[in-house]
Design a protein around this ligand. Sequence first.
Ligand code: FE
Ligand code: FE
Ligand code: ZN
Ligand code: FE
Length: 164
Amino acid sequence: MSVKTMEDLFVATLKDIYYAEKQILKALPGMVSKADNAKLKKALETHKKETEGQVDRLEKVFKLIGVPARGKKCDAIEGIIDEAKEHMDEIKDERVLDAGIISSAQAVEHYEICRYGTLIEWANDLGHSDAAKLLAESLKEERHADTLLTEIARGSVNRDAEAA
Ligand code: FE
Ligand code: FE
Ligand code: ZN
Ligand code: FE
């Protein structure tokens, strides 16, 4: 698909985040099972459920703008997820691994926050205010997940990891 207009760019970016959310959904169970800290495990599990809702929400957005819901390969999220897997393969100490998992998960959240922020602006500019509202719900969840991960890191994970 060639991008000529802002509408095209909006749709291309929607396809990017749709692809990314689906990849994240596939990667999260591995992160949940590798996480050792109970709060971290729970936060990742909760966010997996939220991510399922975000995929549904994106499908609603596609419907609203009259475009079939289809993803477009996002090399950025592939790279972030590959890095997360690398951590999970090479870090043996579970305390250090928890700190690594948080850092990977936050890289994912920041990517999403960035994409949703842009999409909301463009949706409003293009007159898709219903789509913008849905996208804003997901942005709120991504921000919350990011904040929660910071709290978990500061609360115990980083200190435990430093003792390793
Ligand atoms: Fe998400
Ligand atoms: Fe992307
Ligand atoms: Zn991309
Ligand atoms: Fe997320």
